[in-house]
Design a binder for this molecule. Structure first.
Ligand SMILES: [Mg+2]
Length: 259
């Protein structure tokens, strides 16, 4: 393993890549700290919409990889970045939990339930989902409001979740309003990658995307024309890689082997 980093920027998935649950991948800490020491920048990606970025930063720091919350990009952060770039100051109706609503207010967006005022409907995971929220979103969409979402994956982020995930909310609104969601911020959308690249401040040609999932991490990096590293410490086996037809730039036993 060479100590000199091949890239100026690294975008690293977290679960299955840097750690498995509460357990750090052996050698992850040493390699990431060495990359930083040599002057490379690292940001971390999570697709989970519920956990605030502060929690991931605290976990990484606890595991020996000191990280500020701004170096963690999740689907909410990607959405905020997109809205600031393309729809600054827009009036939003958000199907989401209070923490997300608060973050949107903090970011300077006006939230409204007045159907005639809503410019953008945001669909997110929401354990406080009600008929009234779906109805307001539906009416705004019928009137022509834009339609964005944080995530579109079918995984409910709550154990044994028997409640609608973000994809369920999207499906309901698409079916009732005859509109299609126009933008999804989380992986494998390029918007979350864009937010990460802006935070890194390094051109994508000089960055490596590191992750354990083919359908999200690798597809996203390959579509963006970036170099990619698949690590085999998470959900993907060599057999699954071969069957996928995807060709990451590197296939690594672990993040400890990062070039
Ligand atoms: Mg992962």
């Amino acid at each position: 393993m060479t100590a000199t980093p091949r890239y100026r920027g690294y975008i690293c998935d977290l679960d299955g890549t840097v750690y498995l649950g509460e357990r750090l991948i052996p050698g992850a800490r040493e390699r990431l700290l060495a990359l930083r020491e040599a002057g490379s920048r690292i940001v971390f990606l999570s697709n989970k919409p519920l956990e605030p970025r502060e929690n991931y930063a605290a976990k990484l720091t606890r595991l020996g990889i000191p990280t500020p919350p701004d170096d963690v990009i999740n689907s909410t952060r990607a959405l905020v970045h997109y809205l600031h770039t393309h729809h600054p100051g827009a009036r939003l109706f958000v199907i989401g939990e209070e923490a997300l609503l608060e973050e949107m207010r903090r970011e300077g967006f006006a939230l409204t339930e007045d159907v005639s005022q809503i410019e953008i409907v945001i669909a997110a995971f929401d354990r406080t989902l009600t008929y009234a929220k779906l109805n307001t979103a539906h009416q705004a969409l019928v009137r022509g409001a834009r339609f964005f979402a944080t995530n579109a994956d079918r995984t409910c982020p709550v154990e044994g979740g028997a409640i609608p995930d973000c994809a369920g909310v999207i499906a309901f609104l698409e079916a009732t309003s005859e509109r299609k969601v126009e933008m999804v911020a989380g992986k494998p959308s390029l918007h979350i990658l864009q937010a990460a690249l802006v935070r890194l401040g390094v051109p994508k040609e000089e960055c490596l995307l590191v992750g354990d999932r083919l359908a999200t991490d690798m597809v996203m990096g390959i579509q963006a024309g970036m170099d990619t590293a698949l690590v085999l410490t998470g959900v993907t086996s060599r057999q699954a890689l071969a069957a996928s037809g995807l060709r990451p730039t590197y296939v690594l036993e672990s993040i400890a082997d990062l070039p």
